[in-house]
Design a protein around this ligand. Structure first.
Ligand code: S3P
Length: 168
């Protein structure tokens, strides 16, 4: 399938890039978090607090399966930061398109996520520690799964887009 799948940590710019590609470069856009919120008529935070993370992870897998079954093409698909971690999902993402990892350093992520109150996994406690610990668990999976890795620190959205187009 000829889609572009954007993976990366929370705050790495996946949603921003997806919206940019939709607005300026005629891609169709699907954001898995938004898809799940619409489908469930509920917010991610509320799903986490009422039904738990494991339930949310099942919804993520269902979401990716639905995109494959509905033969999604020519689309940029921005996926939640934890979605690629589940091994079942890795095979599905590869089937769905080219996997592009938007890599960002901890300083960048801390700056972007400092005032965030929408990501349940980052609420309470020291933000830098939380990001560092979660990143240590996830980074090698992101890198192994990616067909293309883009280092995004200090880059504009346009520069990152050009790198995606060159390397995809
Ligand atoms: C999560 C990332 C979030 C969202 C949920 C869990 C994660 O998406 O799916 O809060 O486990 O990294 P973004 O990566 O778009 O913030």
């Amino acid at each position: 399938m000829n889609n572009i799948i954007l993976i990366g940590f929370m705050g790495s710019g996946k949603s921003t890039m997806g919206r940019y590609m939709e607005e300026y470069h005629k891609y169709k856009l699907i954001d898995t978090d938004e898809y799940i919120e619409r489908w469930q008529s509920d917010s991610i935070s509320n799903i986490f607090s009422t039904k738990g993370e494991a339930y949310f992870r099942e919804l993520e897998t269902e979401c990716i399966k639905k995109l494959i079954d509905s033969k999604t093409e020519n689309t940029v698909i921005s996926v939640g930061g934890g979605l690629p971690i589940k091994s079942d999902n890795q095979k599905l993402l590869k089937e769905l398109g080219k996997v592009v990892y938007l890599r960002a350093g901890v300083d960048t992520l801390v700056n972007r996520l400092m005032d965030d109150d929408k990501r349940p996994l980052l609420q309470g406690g020291d933000l830098r520690n939380k990001i560092t610990e979660l990143m240590a668990k996830r980074e090698s999976t992101y890198e192994t799964l990616a067909d293309v890795i883009i280092d995004t620190d200090g880059c504009t959205t346009e520069q990152i887009f050009k790198s995606i187009e060159e390397k995809k």
